[in-house]
Design a protein around this ligand. Structure first.
Ligand SMILES: [Zn+2]
Length: 321
């Protein structure tokens, strides 16, 4: 016999019929792995233990396959995924409401979480009243346009934008970001300039505006993104430069993740929702609702999830994560 046996109130580790006081490690008993320390099952132990070449996470004497998070072992914090120390992992780990940078399984520093403001473009109806398209501008534009609709599915753009924005919010929270939402339902009569000012004052570091495209030509397809030019008269040069970096990075990652055609970046200084921004901003036009294939694709919940992940990948890349 090799395994555990109970004697009075204590479980002992027996090896080939003899109690082995020298054994420290894991042992399996009826499907559960227990932590034995010097021949006795140690119910009080919580932490790492090495078994053959792998480090396992033990909680109160039992291997806990459900644990994912950090654990301290002799002064160093390690990253455990599903009960096993994961030496291959490098990235940001959320733990106890804090973000930690993990490098090859070791938590190296606590990092502040980035704050992202998300605007799901449009809302249930347009706002035809006019507002200046930039601070001090004499050019007046409608406060909010109605947006487009799917040529086949008839899905309104404002619904699609919101669905992806809500998925993006969940994805970013999961990746350790803080998120500010301009709207979380389809009733949000707030103009493009007002949304930009709200984002500016929200504490967010970047403003990501989500839209879908439309064209009279139904064969036009693909994703594109808008940012300000370097000569934008309303924005500070450091903000236009950062906006261009955000726009390029986000579009490239979005297309890589979604597989949508990359139609490139347009630098445009006529857009109200860009010109009023004092933080880096981009407008992603995810795909063409006027193209039957992209309309059908963007109507599916699964592809909306992929698009949200693509935008999150772009935000990760912008922040260098
Ligand atoms: Zn739009």
């Amino acid at each position: 016999y090799t395994g555990l046996t109970k004697y009075y109130d204590t479980w002992y580790y027996v090896e080939q019929g003899r109690l082995n006081w020298g054994y420290t490690g894991l042992t399996n008993y009826y499907g559960t792995w227990y932590y034995v320390e010097q021949g006795r099952l140690n119910w009080g132990y919580t932490g790492l233990t090495k078994y053959y070449d792998t480090w396992y996470y033990v909680e109160q004497g039992r291997l806990n396959w459900g644990y994912t998070g950090l654990t301290n072992y002799y002064g160093t914090w390690y990253y455990v995924a599903q009960g096993i120390l994961n030496w291959n992992y490098s990235g940001i780990v959320q733990w106890n409401n804090e973000n930690w940078r993990v490098t090859n399984g070791v938590a190296t520093e606590k990092v502040a979480s980035h704050i992202v403001c998300i605007d799901a473009g449009h809302q249930a109806y347009g706002m035809s009243q006019k507002e200046p398209n930039g601070p001090g501008s004499s050019v007046m534009k409608a406060m909010l346009t109605t947006g487009s609709a799917g040529i086949v599915t008839r899905q309104p753009e404002y619904e699609l934008n919101l669905a992806v924005a809500l998925k993006l919010k969940a994805e970013l929270l999961n990746r350790g970001y803080q998120v500010v939402m301009i709207r979380e339902d389809n009733n949000c009569p707030v103009s493009n300039a007002q949304r930009a000012v709200y984002a500016n004052n929200s504490g967010a570091e970047i403003f990501v505006r989500i839209h879908a495209n439309g064209s009279a030509n139904t064969s036009v397809r693909g994703a594109m993104a808008y940012g300000p030019s370097s000569a934008n008269p309303y924005m500070a040069s450091n903000v236009t430069a950062a906006s261009q970096s955000l726009t390029n990075t986000l579009l490239n990652k979005f297309c890589a993740t979604t597989g949508l055609l990359n139609k490139g970046v347009l630098l445009d200084d006529t857009m109200t929702g860009i010109n009023w921004c004092t933080i880096p901003v981009t407008i992603i036009e995810m795909g063409f609702l006027s193209n039957p294939d992209e309309d059908r694709l963007m109507a599916t919940d699964s592809f909306r999830t992929v698009m949200a992940r693509g935008i999150a990948d772009g935000i990760d890349a912008y922040f260098g994560q």
